[in-house]
Design a protein around this ligand. Sequence first.
Ligand SMILES: [Zn+2]
Length: 323
Amino acid sequence: MQVALQHCPRHLFSQYLTNNDTRDTWIWCSTSSGIFSTKSVRLLLQTETTQNWKALWSPYIPLKWSIHLWRMVQNLIPVDVTIQAKGVSLCSMCSCCLNHEEESLQHLFFYSDIANKVWTDLSVFLQFNNNGITNISRSVYSFLTRPEITTSAGRLQRCIFMAVIWEIWCSRNRARFQGKGMSAQHIINRSWLSVQAIWISANFQRIPQIWSEALRQPSKDEVNRDTMAPKVAKWFTPPKGRLKLNVDGAFKMTTNEAGGGGILRDHKGNMSCAFAKPYYHLKSSLAAEAFALRDGLLMCCNKGVTEVQVETDSLNLLQIVTG
Ligand SMILES: [Zn+2]
């Protein structure tokens, strides 16, 4: 600072200086606190066009739906035609129609027999014309940014729309890799169940009768007794002054591969540190979960963090540790 004062009039500095005796420190201008955070970098890197896409992301929308739809508008969903376009020669035969057609993005999600039945069945709720789609990203964007999308009914429209896109893809993969036939009714039921879970958890107020009736229909549960109803899981920040450690481990029995990871975050959700690593010679997912917990706690110890909340999705491990 003394050097700066030699070359620059003091009045130019006065608004920045509080005490001439304090040591100079770096200030990260992109946060109000001046402290660096990875979150602020993400905000900096967002361009105008991605701002337009904020319709894809919302606290009440499952991340997997947002990411899936984002991949769709970027043409990154690996349907046959997209893979062919990357130079891989393969013969395409869709899983969605009796008279098999070439599997393109438009076909699978909007034009096929299955997709058409799903969109037609939901048209009274969505007012979405699946047959008029030529440019997917433009159509999806204009649907998700309709002015009414900010109302309660609009939010539900957005939910069911994204749920359907996700469920069509899941159904296609079950057909393709597990030999289970695609069913429009199953896609519709699964979508409604997910939206039901979100509606209850997010507590949307003042929704039109047509929606509340559809969401309350008990038949949705009856039809799906064999499939697990989705639940909404949320991540909550720890109280101020504490950090939260989330750990997870995974194990693949067919190849004996295992790995684990963890992330430490503060009360604003900012990341303090994280790790991810492979594990060898394990025999169960519980072991992978336990190793991830051990390494997460070690990471905290190495950082000198003693006050920490720990979260794991393994009930088994939780009971062993706390018991
Ligand atoms: Zn088809």
